[in-house]
Each structure stands twice: as C-alpha cells, then as structure tokens.
Write a protein that binds this ligand. Sequence first.
Ligand code: HEC
Length: 144
Amino acid sequence: MNFKTKTLILGLIMIGGMALSQAKATDPDVHARQVLMDTNGGAMKTLGDMAKGDVAFDATAAAAAKAQLITDAGNIPAAFEKNATDPETHAKPEIWANMDDFKAHAAALGKAATALDTTSLDTLKAGLGDVGGACGACHKAYHS
Ligand code: HEC
C-alpha cells in the first residue's frame, strides 16, 4: 500500500468515525444541515469501502455516490444560510462571518467530486483523496 492510499484510508476512517459519533440537533434548520452532511458521509462511505476493498467495486453505485456528492455540495450554501444554532451543533460561528470562504469550500467539494472518475477502481482510488481533502478542509476550518 503506498503512502497516498494510506492517507486516503486514514481520512476516510476519520470521517466515518465522526458520522457514527454525533447526536442530532432538534432545531429543524440545524437538523436539516446535519442530515445533508450525513448523505455526504454515506456517499463517502460507499466510495471508501470500494477503495479499501471492503466491498466489490460497482461502477453504477460509485457513479450514484459521485452524483450525490455533487448535489450535496450544491446544497451546502442554502443549508447553512440561516445562522441557526442548537446545543448539538458542531458548526463554528465563524461560518457566518466568512460565508464567502465557506461557500468556496462547498464549491471545492463540488469540483473535486465532479473531477472524480468512477469508471474504474483505479481511477476512483486516484481521485477519492481529493474529495476527502475537500471535506476535511472545510471541517478543519468550520467544524468543531
Ligand atoms: C463547506 C463546508 C463543508 C464541507 C465541504 C463538508 N462539510 Fe461536513 N460538515 C460541515 C459542518 C459545518 C458540519 C457541522 C454541522 C452542524 O452540526 O450544524 C458538518 C458535519 C458533518 C457530519 C456530521 C453530521 C451530523 O450528523 O451531525 C458529517 C458526517 C460530515 N459533515 C461529512 C462530510 C463529508 C463526508 C464531506 C465531504 C464529502 C463533508 N462533510 C463536506 C461542513 C462541511
């Protein structure tokens, strides 16, 4: 296993662990954006499981997960437009002070997901690190 693959897998494990550990907010707007993020997590799990070899590569499922990520990325700005809060939120208040930058992170995810070539296991592995990197870059800045 090369370094890039190891880094990719570590990133995916972190994202997967996060998805399992978080309680849901009761505020409807916060809840909705968390559900949106969970679909991101689900799509990344589908792709990551294939990349790791935990499940067999399936080009149709991979293409669907890619499409989901592109849709989700497009929906992030609207989902975070309202500065809603909740005891269970992990969104940093800095989002609403830096909305243009936050939106740029969402756009970067859309770009990485669009560039992901899901037609083969090799191309999936090659591009998935960039997608995970786009998730991670935004989380590093705006997820507590
Ligand atoms: C533009 C910024 C941004 C991008 C890009 C982003 N996230 Fe998030 N994500 C957040 C923020 C902010 C939260 C916290 C939301 C809250 O709790 O109110 C979050 C929360 C989550 C959660 C926890 C949801 C819950 O149940 O509370 C998961 C899982 C998640 N993100 C996965 C991903 C994955 C996977 C990607 C990439 C495919 C991704 N995110 C891309 C900002 C981002």
